[in-house]
Design a protein around this ligand. Structure first.
Ligand SMILES: [Fe+2]
Length: 299
């Protein structure tokens, strides 16, 4: 099975949808009341930081350090705002997820600036990667929502032929626990260069064929965390703002119903970062431990 399909507004339940995602397919939905409320909340927070400036074009009027400082203000506020978590819960409910069994990690506010203005640290331009190289569980579902209208020149790309094809990569030297201990806190210092150790491809990646999905503002793109994906070089003349977060369905974590491991060899798991949708209880430790002890190796 390889990635060949993008489903738009499919009438399938969460179980069938997860299976499609674990098989490498991609699903996109029109904006819903819940997703619109979510981007409204994000826009409000962005406006609080950017003031009178248009956040999508402010990069053209500001020294990059000042722009980075605005992002360094709004991004953590968005991540930790209690309303952000409430909005995820509502959205998951709307999307037919079982809130008792679905866990999510905190939502991120991402940016991609145009014309290589700021591509590291607080506004990192992601090289082709799978989240599973960074200790994401193989049943992880990624949710991606543009906050303002986007175009093919400022979204993200999938590199579908790598669903079944390994890429030589640096994941064997990535330890998630080491990473959270030393690196995450310092992202803001990396305005112009980035010295943090992150698994990257260690051979040339064929970026074509690639698939770019362009949802409407508030549209919701779902894909497997095992999908090879990257930030496209933004030549749109506008900074892209998007929300993303990840979910896992507990019974799938336990039974290892998940995407296949083709090339990930990292240490540790991000599972302990996930919170239960109903009450924000953390992922049970025994589940994380047992998942970890059954590390899969690439076929
Ligand atoms: Fe990613």
């Amino acid at each position: 099975m390889h990635v060949n399909t993008v489903f738009s507004n499919p009438g399938m339940d969460d179980a069938s949808r997860r299976q499609k995602l674990y098989n490498g397919q991609v699903v996109v939905y029109s904006a819903t009341p819940g997703s619109l409320a979510f981007i409204e909340h994000a826009r409000d927070m962005i406006a609080e930081s950017f003031g009178q400036r248009d956040p999508q074009t402010a990069q053209y009027d500001m020294p990059v350090e000042d722009f980075a400082a605005l992002l360094a203000n709004v991004k953590p506020r968005f991540i930790h705002h209690p309303r952000s978590k409430e909005l995820i819960r509502n959205l998951l409910g709307e999307f037919g997820c079982d809130l008792e069994q679905t866990y999510f990690d905190v939502p991120r506010l991402r940016t991609s600036t145009s014309d290589d203005y700021l591509t590291s640290g607080i506004s990192y331009a992601f090289h082709p990667h799978r989240d599973t190289w960074y200790s994401a569980p193989f049943s992880q579902v990624n949710w991606w929502i543009p906050i303002f209208p986007v175009v093919p020149e400022n979204v993200m790309a999938f590199h579908p032929h790598y669903w079944t094809q390994p890429v030589r990569n640096g994941s064997q030297s990535f330890d998630y626990y080491e990473w959270t201990r030393t690196s995450r806190q310092t992202a803001i210092q990396h305005v112009k260069t980035d010295t943090r150790e992150q698994p990257k491809p260690e051979e040339p990646v064929e970026l074509e064929p690639q698939v770019r999905v362009v949802p409407e503002a508030g549209g919701v793109l779902l894909f497997s965390g095992n999908q090879l994906h990257s930030t496209v070089p933004n030549t749109s003349g506008r900074t892209r703002f998007s929300i993303d977060f990840r979910t896992v369905y507990l019974p799938d974590v336990v039974s290892r119903r998940e995407a296949p491991n083709v090339d990930s060899r990292c240490t540790g798991t991000t599972l302990r970062d996930f919170l239960r949708a109903t009450d924000l209880e953390r992922m049970p430790e025994d589940v994380a431990l047992s998942y970890e002890s059954r590390t899969t190796t690439p076929a």
